[in-house]
Ligand binder design. Sequence first.
Ligand code: THU
Length: 141
Amino acid sequence: MKGTIDRAALIRAAFRAREAAYAPYSHFTVGAALLAKDGRIFTGCNIESAAFSPTQCAERTALGKAVSEGAREFVAVAVAGARDNAPDDALPTAPCGVCRQMLYEFGGDELLVIMAKSEADYREMTLGALLPLGFGPQKVL
Ligand code: THU
């Protein structure tokens, strides 16, 4: 399954979504693209707030769009983010802890997380590696 994922297309979708980022406070713009099991791609950007704490990450924007459109199972997510003028050697942006938890709710250990600096320069890890011993629905339901 993982071998058949079109990483370049997913990364492109994340960069396209990043163009809509609303990040006037941090100047750190992020785009995310979630690939659902049924083949649909849902995208999102970060949305900041003058009150700061309500800020929503790109990953959770994409997740909210997806779940509200009936998708609940995902195979991969691409994340593209950086602050303005970030140095070229900066590490790619990885999902924050809250987003890892929310992704885990619907993706579980197998979700492939693609952290991209460009279409050709990315790092990938499973969500299980990014969130070991994740607490998910199987514990509660
Ligand atoms: N942010 C994301 O959208 N996703 C991440 O994976 C890391 C952080 C956003 C939140 C905030 O708007 C800005 O990046 C700086 O933290």
